[in-house]
Ligand binder design. Structure first.
Ligand SMILES: [Ca+2]
Ligand SMILES: [Ca+2]
Length: 131
């Protein structure tokens, strides 16, 4: 009985720890399919790009991350994906140089549906966000 109570308390504490940062994102948008299967959350603080697969549709959710250079052109930074309805993944500046986007340069992020190990990419929705 004591073990059960302790585990419940730990589960509650974990869900709070996960929920808090999710409320602090700066912008969010969905993939372009009619009943969207993917969503992205952008947080300028720590350059957090979080994506979630929100539909059991046979597609994973992918993100493509660029930044706007001083000369106006876009520079590619990284891409990643997460598959499985209800699954989320994120990348952030604190994970290393690839993910540390330049400050005071807009980020340009696409959220897409992806399948077959990047062979099919569709329903992308792009947004340029300040950083
Ligand atoms: Ca930033
Ligand atoms: Ca899916």
């Amino acid at each position: 009985m004591l073990t059960t109570i302790a585990m419940s308390a730990a589960a509650v504490a974990t869900s709070f720890a996960v929920a808090s940062p999710a409320l602090a994102y700066n912008s969010s948008w969905h993939t372009d399919d009619g009943d969207p299967g993917g969503v992205v959350y952008w947080t300028a603080d720590n350059d957090i790009v979080k994506i979630c697969d929100i539909e059991a549709d046979g597609w994973a959710t992918a993100a493509f991350v660029y930044h706007r250079q001083t000369n106006g052109t876009l520079a590619f930074d990284y891409q990643f994906y997460v598959g499985g309805n209800g699954s989320c993944a994120d990348r952030k500046a604190s994970e290393g140089s690839t993910f540390d986007l330049p400050e005071n340069h807009n980020a340009y992020i696409g959220v897409c549906l992806m399948k077959d190990d990047w062979a099919q990419i569709n329903y992308c929705d792009w947004n340029e966000v300040s950083n």
